[in-house]
Write a protein of this length. Structure first.
Ligand code: 13P
Length: 340
């Protein structure tokens, strides 16, 4: 493994002011997103929408990497430029989601297990050929009365570690994504507890697998109240709890933490990130790898119409810039309605 190359790519993706665009929706997920604007999930809508995002002028200032999905990695612009080449030429690292989604964890009701380790080494070799520089693998934890279980934490952590080891062997920077879901009526304290266990298990397995911490990125959830919890924690509480959990569990050798948005609104995700960076005092770049929170407004301005592309690109540029400001703790909610 070329440790130096992995480290320099990982650091470049989270260079100051930059984060990641997660545009790696699988077929079922992109179908859901397109349906939300009354579009059918045709290949041309999927391709055209990604072209809109990837050709937005100036976003390379704020976006260091884009996570794509298998189909998107093989798509090109209308002018015939393959997407990985387009992104690379703009100074944006192309990445690829390599897990195959989750299934029920056998004999553990309510828990999930991520698929896709079989044949992963061979798939990674192909993605390197296609121009990928980094990858993503997501495990999912639902909070319930007696879940996650110790077995659930450990099984998922082991899959993340094996994935990360295979990626580094192939010269790809792994983004390790253990996601504790917001769904449910649990308190912020319970989210803190579960996320702490999940991250503890993940780093124990990464260590056992020999993964270079300097050559990876962590993509965790923020510490939030459950969506249906009657008491919703505020921004400061979220920022403090999230920093506390990460300080307890994430070695300082990891170059960057890139949060998922997980169902927060675009403004919430930006505000929470900014609050953490305003507090500061941690050893990692604290950044974003948002899917919905970076794209929701763009999708809603595009609506599948070519005449809306320029405005949709303005909207995307604006949200990317606001998140870049959040990297410095310089976002304020007033900016939502100001010219940026
Ligand atoms: P969200 O930001 O929409 O949670 O998506 C990020 C992601 O990549 C989930 O796997």
């Amino acid at each position: 493994m070329d440790r130096q190359k992995l480290e320099s790519v990982a650091q470049a993706i989270v260079a100051p002011g930059k984060g990641v665009l997660a545009a790696d929706e699988s077929f079922p997920t992109i179908e859901k997103r397109l349906k939300s604007i009354n579009l059918e999930s045709t290949e041309e809508y999927r391709r055209g929408y990604r072209e809109l995002l990837f050709t937005t002028d100036g976003v390379e200032e704020f976006i260091g990497g884009v996570i794509t999905f298998d189909e998107t990695m093989r798509h090109e612009t209308v002018d015939g430029i393959p997407f990985p080449e387009l992104l690379t030429s703009r100074g944006i690292y192309p990445g690829i989601k390599v897990d195959k989604g989750t299934r029920d964890l056998a004999l553990y009701p309510g828990e999930k297990f991520t698929q896709g380790l079989d044949g992963l080494r061979e798939r990674l070799a192909e993605y390197v050929e296609l121009g990928a520089a980094f990858t993503k693998w997501r495990t999912v934890y639902t909070i319930g009365k007696d879940i996650p279980t110790e077995y659930g934490y450990n099984a998922n952590a082991a899959s993340l570690a094996q994935y990360a080891a295979l990626c580094q062997e192939a010269g790809l920077v792994p983004i390790v994504e253990p996601e504790v879901l917001m769904d449910g009526d649990h308190t912020i304290e319970r989210c803190e507890e579960v996320t702490t266990y999940a991250l503890e298990a993940v780093f124990a397995e990464l260590f056992a697998a020999g993964v270079s911490l300097e050559g990876m990125l962590l993509k965790p959830n923020m510490i939030l109240s459950g969506k249906d919890c009657s008491v919703q924690a505020g921004v400061q509480e979220i920022a403090e709890a999230t920093i506390r959990v990460l300080k307890r569990t994430v070695p300082s050798a990891v170059p960057g933490i890139v949060f998922l948005s997980g169902g927060q609104t675009p403004a919430q995700a930006t505000e929470n990130l900014s609050a953490m960076n305003a507090i500061g005092g941690f050893p990692w770049q604290m950044s974003f790898s948002y899917g919905r929170a970076l794209q929701e407004e763009t999708l809603n301005s595009w609506l599948g119409k070519s005449e809306n592309v320029p405005e949709a690109q303005n909207v995307f540029y604006r949200r990317a810039k606001l998140n870049s400001l959040a990297r410095y703790g310089e976002y304020t909610p007033e900016l939502e309605t100001a010219a940026v």
